[in-house]
Design a protein around this ligand. Structure first.
Ligand SMILES: [Zn+2]
Length: 250
């Protein structure tokens, strides 16, 4: 469980760093509607997900990592094994995210994440608990199929979290740096296009860590982010907390 503590520290330090950066160096001046209320909603979903982690997420994940059905993908070199698992897990996240947009049942949950009409670090922690549980169940198959160890999984999850906080953030990066980074990892400009209110853009740019899957599978949007771009879901608008919680039932 020492690794779990390390994961929590990476997440906390990353969160503080990105929140500081987006407030000191903001890319755009966001016009928040009910800023405190909106940030509270985003944090509420995160706290709820943290609450269900030791009860549901962690037990099924530990079970999957110790399942030991086969040894096909066990590599006796920590770094190579880790990088292999990182790429496989990121590929899974790409298809899982895409499925969340293309399968109506899954969209009912993921919809809640997209109804946020402004973006910052807190958007990256706003996920309906239904989506989190479904994701944890499906990824068990990936963990078992590719022999992903608990150590690697916790490290990868920390990277996924940091990546999500980063690409949802309003940090202003030097243009040249963002342009170089965007060839390898998902930058805010790539992911903000995914949150554009127009459905065509929402249904593109699905990558989580590495940015090349969208190019490889033909889902990269040609649209360029601009300041003041409309964020949200086409034909829909932000809801109250209680409506967001019950949203998947509609
Ligand atoms: Zn999405």
């Amino acid at each position: 469980m020492e690794l779990l503590d390390q994961k929590i520290w990476i997440i906390v330090i990353g969160l503080i760093l990105f929140v500081l950066l987006e407030n000191v160096f903001p890319k755009e001046k966001i016009k928040f509607v009910k800023k405190i209320n909106r940030t509270f909603k985003n944090i509420f979903f995160w706290v709820l997900n943290i609450g269900i982690t030791p009860i549901i997420i962690l037990p099924i994940t530990i079970y999957a990592t110790t399942f030991n059905l086969h040894q096909t993908f066990v590599i006796n070199h920590f770094l190579i094994q880790f990088l292999f698992h990182l790429v496989i897990y990121d590929l899974f996240l790409y298809f899982w995210h895409r499925a969340n947009h293309e399968i109506p049942f899954l969209w009912r949950f993921h919809h809640v994440h997209h109804l946020d009409e402004t973006l910052d670090v807190s958007s990256g922690i706003r996920f309906h608990f239904g989506e989190v549980v479904l994701s944890a169940l499906v990824r068990c198959a990936v963990i078992i199929a590719f022999n992903i160890s608990l150590t690697n999984l916790l490290l990868i999850e920390a990277i996924v979290f940091i990546s999500s906080a980063f690409h949802h953030s309003n940090i202003k990066l030097p243009q040249k740096l963002e342009s170089i980074l965007s060839h390898i990892i998902v930058t805010p400009s790539i992911h903000w296009v995914h949150h554009h209110k127009r459905q065509k853009e929402t249904d593109s740019n699905y990558c989580a860590i590495f940015s090349f899957w969208d190019y490889l599978f033909g889902t990269k949007s040609k649209f360029k982010r601009y300041l003041g771009m409309p964020i949200g879901v086409e034909g829909d608008k932000e809801q109250s907390l209680s409506k967001l919680i019950t949203r998947p039932l509609k």
